[in-house]
Structure formats: C-alpha cells, structure tokens
Design a protein around this ligand. Structure first.
Ligand SMILES: NC(=O)c1ccc[n+]([C@@H]2O[C@H](COP(=O)([O-])OP(=O)(O)OC[C@H]3O[C@@H](n4cnc5c(N)ncnc54)[C@H](OP(=O)(O)O)[C@@H]3O)[C@@H](O)[C@H]2O)c1
Length: 336
C-alpha cells in the first residue's frame, strides 16, 4: 500500500510517499481501506515536534514514534479481527484513530472498534473524514467545558476554521444565540452556517464592544486572557480550545486562579476521541443540523502541500486528503 511517511521531525519537506506492506488486523482490530483523511493542527505539531513537549508526551525524543500521521479517517471495512463484533467487511466507517496509533495518511490502516462509527449515508467519505477530531473538540468544548444552554449568548473566535465551523453549527443546534468572529472573506460563510451575528475581526475588536457573552469558545486567534474576561458575563465561561501559544499558557496558568477568585470560569481543554460523542455528531450530520465545511482536497501524494496550507492558519473549514483519488488537487469544493 502507499503511505505518506515521516521518519524524522521537520517541515512538510520530510514527508515522503512510500510503498509499505498492507497491515493485518489483530483480533480486536478492523482493517479499513481509507478513502479520505483530514489534516488537523495536531498533525503538524507532531510532524514538527512543536512544541518540544510533543516529543516527551507522544512523539519520541529523537525521532518520531508515529511515522504515519493522520487522525481522521473515513473508509470501508476491509477485514475484521475475530473478536470484533460491531463491524463487518463492506461497512462504511469514520473516526479519529489518534488513540490507536494514527496512520490515516495511507491506503489502509488498522483501528480498534471503539475508534470508529458507521458513516452517515447522506455524506461522502471526504465530508466524513472532515468531522471526527474537530467536531468532537467543538462539542466537548461547548457542552462539557462550556456547559452550553439554550438561549445563551455564545461567541466563537476563529469561527471559520476546522473547529470553529463545527462549533458555530453545534452551538446553534443547542439553541444558543451565536456570534461568529472571522475575517472579512469569511463573513458570508459564517452567516450561512447559522451564526446570528458575525464580527469581522479586521474591523472590530469584540472584546472592546461592551457586549458580554455567557460562553466564549476560543478556537483560534489571539487576545490576552484579560480581554476575554472583560467580554464575559459575570458568571460566563471562557473555554480555550486553541490559538497562539501565549493564549494557551495564559489559560493554563491564569485560568485556574481567575476561576477560583470570581464567578467567571476560564478553562482550557484537550479533546478526547470518544465514540459516544462522535455518534452524537453523526446524528447532527444525519439530520442536516451540521454540515462539514471543506476548504479543499489534496491527493495522498500531496499531503505536504496540505500541511503547508493548513500551517498558514487561514483554512476555511477542513483540509481533506482524498486518499483514493490520486488524480487531483481540488481547492474548489468550497462549502459542501
Ligand atoms: N483543545 C483541543 O482539543 C483542540 C482540538 C482541535 C484543535 N485545537 C486547536 O484549535 C486551534 C484551531 O484549530 P482549527 O483546526 O480550527 O485550525 P484552523 O482550521 O487552521 O483555523 C483556521 C482559521 O482560523 C482563523 N483565524 C486565524 N487567525 C484568526 C484571528 N486572529 N482571529 C480569528 N480567527 C482567526 C482563520 O480565519 P481567517 O482566515 O478568517 O483569519 C481560519 O479560518 C488550533 O490551535 C488547534 O491546535 C485544539
């Protein structure tokens, strides 16, 4: 099988296409023929070992332990181990396989049953591959850490990216009044995702408008934590999913102190892949309450190009790898 391999840490230039043996599923594993995968910020953090801590936590100190990246996959079950009960050859599945060894940037990968869910019939493999990591992060950020409730004023900063496009739609599905923050070129898209209000961050600083929010999910961009505090209602919750490094450290170091000393809560989190949560999102996909936004598709041989594009941090929704369509690079899919 073909796989996009990284045997050293570095820029996307270290990625190379290699012919490898097709893996065989262990007794509790499923062999999936990957039709599509998607790129997440976690992939390029691992590729570059940036921040350095990545080497200690998952990566390997001197060289990568994970030599085929790719957490999000969608594909067809090719074979199952003898203890697998839920899936059968031919089933269409999708999931986040980062807890079982990664490896989505390849034609085949083995994954455990608890990482996969049946793909909704109403979406393509490419759309399904866009969902797992970013969708579950948006759900856990809003529901578990943000305690979202109907009628609340919810603001999503970084609303036009992978996590943000899911967050806007999921927050709407919970009955919140949603404000999306993005740049000028994404304003119409944010409205089309269901945002009640859209703030163009190139023209207006939402932290200085005098408006307060019950819940703020920071998916991208940078504001000091004091700015977010000012934009929160007296008992509001700020949830830091991502953004710049200073933002992350402020949330980790100052967030707990602010939360202890006021009614406002300021938290950060790392999403955990979770079958129950992916099933929850699957239902939103089936009812059309959530639609994946795909910026563009790259073939497997062009994963490095997908990384370079993603690293600019201006993707509109998700960047997808069309693993079984090596004939094209399609940056024209737009909203799907
Ligand atoms: N905590 C977790 O478990 C978790 C899970 C997934 C991701 N993350 C983190 O969350 C962050 C976002 O992930 P992602 O996949 O959504 O990334 P992404 O798709 O690369 O985000 C790109 C988007 O960010 C927007 N953006 C860039 N600068 C901005 C600014 N100053 N203000 C507002 N929006 C801005 C861009 O909009 P414009 O082009 O309009 O500027 C673009 O649409 C990353 O830091 C990632 O590491 C965390």
């Amino acid at each position: 099988m073909k796989a996009m391999v990284n045997t050293e840490y570095g820029s996307p230039d270290v990625l190379h296409l290699k012919e490898l043996a097709k893996p065989s599923p262990k007794e509790d594993e499923i062999l999936v023929k990957v039709h599509a995968a998607s790129v997440n910020a976690a992939d390029w953090h691992l590729l570059r070992a940036d921040p350095f801590l990545v080497r200690l936590m998952v990566g390997g100190l001197l060289k990568p332990k994970i030599t085929i990246l790719g957490a999000d996959i969608a594909g067809r079950v090719e074979a199952v181990g003898e203890n697998v009960k839920e899936f059968h050859p031919g089933d269409e599945v999708f999931g986040d396989i980062s807890a079982c060894g990664w490896g989505g940037f390849a034609e085949y990968v083995c994954a455990r049953e608890n990482a996969l869910v049946l793909k909704p019939a109403n979406i393509t493999f490419e759309q399904a591959a866009a969902v797992p990591l970013a969708g579950v992060a948006a759900l856990q950020g809003l529901r578990d850490y943000g305690q979202i409730r109907p009628g609340q004023k919810v603001l999503i900063n970084g609303a036009s990216g992978g996590v943000g496009t899911f967050a806007v739609q999921i927050a709407r599905s919970f009955g919140a009044e949603v404000t999306a923050v993005c740049s000028t070129r994404n304003v119409d898209m944010a409205h089309s995702l269901g945002a009640d209000h859209v703030i163009d961050y190139t023209r207006e600083d939402f932290t200085r408008s005098g408006q307060c929010y019950d819940l703020i999910l920071a998916a991208n961009g940078y504001h000091p934590i004091s700015d977010y505090k000012r934009a929160l209602s007296p008992d509001g919750i700020y949830v830091m999913a991502g953004g710049s490094m200073p933002q992350m450290f402020q949330a980790m170091l100052l967030g707990p102190w602010i939360s202890r000393n006021s009614e406002q809560k300021m938290v950060h989190f790392l999403a955990k892949p979770n079958k129950k949560d992916l099933t929850f999102i699957k239902e939103l996909l089936e009812t059309g309450k959530v639609k994946p936004v795909i910026d563009g598709c790259y073939p497997l041989s062009e994963v490095a190009g997908a990384f370079r594009y993603m690293e600019e941090e201006h993707a509109r929704g998700k960047v997808v790898i069309a693993v079984d369509r090596d004939d094209r690079t399609d940056r024209t899919l737009g909203l799907t």
